[in-house]
Design a protein around this ligand. Structure first.
Ligand code: FES
Length: 246
């Protein structure tokens, strides 16, 4: 973990309220499921740092997809190409990749870490849901993973793909593992409906991002004991077997 600076190459609105941010710079390597704390205004204002799941990384670049939901993300959305931004990356623990065909499950902005994971996996089926077609980042998905994988799109209002909740359309298949990212209620529902092995990436509220403030706790059971652990250090990815859903 260290602070690095990136230069904005692209900060583009890809759907109403959703932005894709690509930074150029010399960033430490990350793995899918890890996150970064970005400071949209100034490194001197640590309280404005926000956690963002890494949506992709390669030599000399790193990418994020975010939704404008408050002051920090509104400031972020105003960054122009060529401007500099401070980030601490990578943070947390990512997904553990396993052999075989995976089921990737993304709800809303959970698509960011799932796209990063998809970019390094060979065999998977993607289940991706959002409220409506405007919030479903179909072009972004196609651009990242192409057309050769099976994708099940779900919208609550039926404006694109299947209608209903994502958890009502879990594809059949012999999956070695499911990787899930999205809002807590969706992941809890998925955990209740899915019988195979799964890992879940939590979108917890985070203050510091590195273990100091305890604002990000998730309830788990370890060694027969239930306890709260810090999502930013012990997660944000947890095995389904250890999560205690509340
Ligand atoms: Fe501060 Fe996790 S965000 S301890």
């Amino acid at each position: 973990m260290k602070e690095v600076w990136g230069k904005v190459e692209e900060n583009r609105e890809i759907a109403p309220g959703y932005f894709a941010l690509k930074l150029e710079g010399d960033f430490p390597p990350s793995k899918p499921g890890q996150f970064a704390m970005l400071s949209p205004a100034s490194a001197l204002d640590p309280f404005l740092r926000r956690p963002f799941g890494i949506a992709g990384q390669g030599p000399g670049w790193i990418r994020f997809i975010y939704k404008v939901v408050g002051r920090g993300t509104a400031l972020l959305s105003r960054l122009k190409p060529g401007e500099s931004i401070s980030l601490i990356s990578p943070l947390g623990k990512g997904f553990s990749q396993v052999e075989g065909t995976s089921l990737l499950v993304a709800g809303g902005t959970g698509i960011a870490p799932i796209l990063y994971l998809a970019s390094v996996l060979e065999r998977f089926v993607l289940l991706y849901g959002a409220k409506n077609s405007e919030e479903l980042l179909v072009e972004e998905v196609k651009r990242t993973i192409g057309e050769k994988h099976r994708i099940v799109y779900v919208t609550e209002d039926g404006s694109f793909g299947e209608r209903g909740l994502l958890t009502e359309h879990i594809p059949e298949g012999n999956f070695s593992i499911a990787f899930v990212a999205g809002p807590y209620p969706m992941m809890k529902e998925f955990a209740g409906n899915y019988r195979g092995r799964a890992q879940f990436s939590f979108e917890a509220r985070m203050g510091c991002g590195f273990g100091a403030c305890y604002s990000c706790v998730v309830k788990v059971k370890k060694g027969g004991e239930e306890k709260y652990v810090r999502s930013c250090v012990e997660g944000p990815v947890f095995d389904g077997e250890e999560v205690v859903w509340i």
